[in-house]
Structure formats: structure tokens, C-alpha cells
Design a protein around this ligand. Structure first.
Ligand SMILES: *Cc1c(COP(=O)(O)O)cnc(C)c1O
Length: 331
């Protein structure tokens, strides 16, 4: 009901499974840990952007667009899913790739997500990290228009109120699964970056009057900045769905202690977390987002800081980036 009035194009395999992780839970000796498998959304190796793109792409189609213009890091999972979605819907895809990692290896510049972007035939343009991407995307859109096309700009991570609807939708899905599986959820934990995932989740939880605490684990900027970014998008999204004011500032909580040297840079705790989940549960997490978020969750469980209630870790995907870090992971 909450989302009925918004156009949506089916791209994701939904509902994604909610699975118990018995071996990880036993290894950590704390609460029961579950994983919400948004790595299994099905589009081009899956991930969280697919849920958002169901709404962003529908908006583009409704406007009669024939070309998507979007932005991301060289190893962006968002760009890979947007490029695939554009192919599936018969749209062209113009991509602005940001060089955010210094001294990248050939794996980073040519394998993983960017290899898949090329397979999908996206037109990739490369830019330095200090670029004004809003202006640069406007320029590309203008170029598309000048050539007779109809561009539609999707911001980085599809993190605007339209894209965030995908994670309001995820809350509706999860609350049903918690009830079916009789979970007593103490925390939902997720990686947080461009903020659409956490922003959509917090709006969904509040709009549906759930009291489950949500913890974002940051992967780039300090805590205050990350929380403000999520809060700003959550407020806009709440207005957009007709639930203004449903999110309070204190509903937005991010822990940014696990970023390490910076966005996309390896950390030992990420390395440990990726191997632990692979070897205890046969699951793949990524070096940039879900692996660092997992490292945070593991550390907080070890310290007893997440309490006794069931923990649901939202797996946002990203394993395609593992190949880009072939020389960085210590196995
Ligand atoms: C984009 C991304 C995130 C972060 O989601 P945001 O909505 O940008 O905060 C987390 N994990 C993976 C794998 C991603 O690709």
C-alpha cells in the first residue's frame, strides 16, 4: 500500500531468502545470526542496487528516456547493475567512472565489475576523484540530448528518494519473513555508503511502526557525516512516500570504525571476515562494502555490544569485486 502509487519495473528475484547462519553463530558464541540474501537479487550477479533500480528505471521509462546516465567508482556494483538493467530494458547506458583508489592494480582497472560493465556495452568515461559529478553528469546528459537522445540521470548508488523506495520495499518483505520464521530481531545490520539502503530501511521501519534498531556500518566517511547523509535522504524519502517526519535524527545510527585507510582500501578485519564467512558458511562477501560491514558486526558481537536478540545482516552483494582485489586479499 505504501508504495502502490510508484512505478516499478521487475528486475530482482524477490523475495530474497532469509537464512540462518548456524556455523557462524556458533563460532562467535553470541546471538543467532541470520543473513538477508540481497546478494541474490539475480541481476548480473545481484546486489542491493537492483531493488533500487526497479524504481529508478521505471521512472526513466515513464519519462520516455532512452539513455541512462549514472556514476560510480571503477569497481562500482551500482554501475554494473545499472548497465545490466539498461540492457534488459533496451536503454543505452552512459557511465562516469570515478578513480577513487590510488595505485590501482590491473585487476582493479580491468577485472571484477568494470569487466562486466564492458560486457554489457556501457559507454565508460573515466574521471579523477575530485570531479564535480553533478555538473559532469549534466554535461553528459546535454551531449546525449544534442545527439537526439533522451537522458535520465540516476545518481551514484541510485541513492535518491526514488531509489530508496527499493529499501522501503525490502522492509515490507523482511517484516513478513521475521514473522513467518518467528524471529525476535534485536538488530538489522547493513553496510552504508551512498545512503539509499540505510535511508530506505529506516523510513520503511518507521513508516511501518517497527521498533527494530537499524545499524549502518560505514565504508567511507566519518560517523557524523554518514549519519547526516542518511538522515537527509531519509527525510526526503519520508516526504516522498507521504510519511513526513516519521524518522527522527536518533533513528539513524552509523558506526564508521571499520573503514580503515579509506573507501575501497583493504583492512585486515575485512580480510578476516570475508574468509570466515566463506569458510564457515560458503558465502561470498566483498572487500569494499559487505566485507567491512561484516567485520564490524563480528567485532561488535565479540564485544557483546549487539545484545542477545537475533541479528539480521543484510547482505548487499558485491562479490564481483573480489576479482578486482585478487592481489590484495591474504588467503
Ligand atoms: C552500494 C553498496 C552498498 C551501500 O549501499 P548504499 O545504498 O550506497 O549505502 C553496500 N554494499 C554493496 C555491495 C554495494 O554495492
Amino acid at each position: 500500500m505504501l508504495l502502490d502509487k510508484f512505478p516499478r519495473v521487475p528486475l530482482a528475484h524477490l523475495p530474497t531468502p532469509l537464512e540462518y547462519l548456524p556455523r557462524l553463530s556458533a563460532e562467535l558464541g553470541g546471538p543467532r545470526i541470520y543473513v538477508k540474501r540481497d546478494d541474490c537479487t539475480g541481476l548480473a550477479t545481484g546486489g542491493n542496487k537492483t531493488r533500487k533500480l526497479e524504481f529508478s528505471m521505471a521512472a526513466a521509462l515513464e519519462e520516455g528516456a532512452d539513455t541512462i546516465v549514472t556514476v560510480g567508482a571503477v569497481q562500482s556494483n551500482h554501475v554494473r547493475q545499472a548497465a545490466a538493467a539498461a540492457c534488459k530494458l533496451g536503454l543505452r547506458c552512459e557511465v562516469l567512472l570515478e578513480h577513487r583508489v590510488t595505485d590501482p592494480s590491473i585487476y582493479y582497472t580491468d577485472s571484477g565489475n568494470v569487466l562486466l560493465d564492458r560486457i554489457f556495452g556501457a559507454n565508460l568515461r573515466e574521471y579523477p576523484a575530485d570531479t564535480d559529478f553533478d555538473a559532469a553528469m549534466d554535461d553528459v546528459a546535454e551531449e546525449v540530448r544534442a545527439a537526439g537522445g533522451k537522458p535520465y540521470i540516476i545518481p551514484g548508488g541510485a541513492s535518491n528518494p526514488v531509489g530508496a523506495l527499493g529499501y522501503v520495499n525490502c522492509v515490507i518483505e523482511m517484516l513478513g519473513q521475521f514473522e513467518e520464521q518467528n524471529l525476535d530481531v534485536g538488530h538489522i545490520v547493513t553496510a552504508t555508503g551512498s545512503a539509499g539502503t540505510q535511508g530506505g530501511l529506516v523510513v520503511g521501519l518507521k513508516a511501518l511502526e517497527s521498533a527494530i534498531p537499524l545499524l549502518g556500518i560505514g565504508v567511507s566517511i566519518p560517523r557524523d557525516e554518514q549519519e547526516e547523509k542518511v538522515y537527509a535522504l531519509a527525510r526526503e524519502t519520508a516526504d516522498f512516500i507521504g510519511k513526513p517526519g516519521c524518522v527522527a535524527r536518533e533513528d539513524v545510527v552509523a558506526n564508521c570504525d571499520y573503514v580503515g585507510p579509506g573507501y575501497g582500501m583493504r583492512t585486515d578485519s575485512m580480510n578476516e571476515a570475508v574468509l570466515m564467512l566463506a569458510r564457515s558458511e560458503g558465502l561470498l562477501f566483498d572487500p569494499v562494502y559487505s566485507g567491512k560491514a561484516l567485520a564490524g558486526m563480528i567485532d561488535l558481537v565479540r564485544k557483546g555490544e549487539l545484545g542477545d536478540g537475533d541479528i539480521v545482516f543484510l547482505h548487499t552483494g558485491g562479490a564481483a569485486a573480489l576479482f578486482a582485489y585478487a592481489d590484495q586479499l591474504q588467503l
